[in-house]
Design a protein around this ligand. Sequence first.
Ligand code: GLC
Length: 352
Amino acid sequence: MFVFCRRIFLRASLACGMVAIVGIGPVPVVAQESAAAAANRRLGRGLNLGNFLEAPRGANWGVQVEDRHLKMIREVGFQSIRLPVRWSDYASEQPPYRVEKAMLDRVDHLLQVAHAAGLNVVLNHHHYQGLDADPDAHRERFKVIWRQLAERYGHYGDWLYFELHNEPHDKLTAEKWNAILRDGIQAVRPSNPTRMIVVGPDRWNNIRALPDLRLPDDPNLIVTVHMYEPFQFTHQGASWIEGPVRSIRDRTWGTPEEVEQVQGMLGQAAEWGRQHGRPIYVGEFGAYSKAPLESRVAWTRTVARTAESLGMSWAYWEFAAGFGVYDPQAQRWRQPLLDALIPDNPLRATSD
Ligand code: GLC
């Protein structure tokens, strides 16, 4: 994405990255990628380490990410990971809301291994259910948790990105979230003046909620959206979803109208990003393993290629659980899904 600048003064010209020409009259219009757009491009093709550190404290949701996995993820061509962590289960309930050292140490290790492997990392606060259920009661705690994380990671390179809160919903309406996200950004900025912060709209980071998102005047923000449309296809058979979707089976995907729907929705996100000068990161998309594989592959390919053609980065949901692109039992990639995500992956030839 490019920022277009037309300026006549030195300071403004420098802010736009142009060679300064002081004088009268407009200087030529030049296109220059913003720092946020460049950072979003570096996220590129990414993978969520889901069902791992986002599980409740003490619970095991069946995914154990080892150091070697991070190297493998990079080797097949992913450029970034998103690391969902349920930080709220590792901070005290009462002030000073101290985040536990043991958890910080665990995350430090993963971050360092990911960085050594050449991966950029989006460190996310996932499943902070208290904030969704009672935003006012948790507002201060949310802020203080982020202040601690930001101080801890302030000296890390620009390969580390912070994502404030996964999928705001429930009582965290657009109005509340627009206020609270500012608190989060303000908690981060003293120790991380230019760190990229990822933030998305309410209603589970829904593209349709983008028009209600209000961001402060901070250039180093990347806007995230999640894409699971049509939900009846992507979440068929998903036990954790309330209502009739969990009993849907054998629903296929891929009619021209369905392809158009996916492209149209991502197009809306791109258009919002263009109008607001914000790069867009499709931070989650995926179809659950109960959906027919051929359709999952077609849907996954369509979302990934469409997002790329619109200049968006993405992160597939997820590595090695119910949507997994990797089979942890067989210890191998699910090649059709990997090919859909990364057509030029080095393992492709062996599967053809
Ligand atoms: C959201 C939820 C996560 C779930 C995923 C797919 O990220 O937080 O728990 O697995 O969506 O439904």
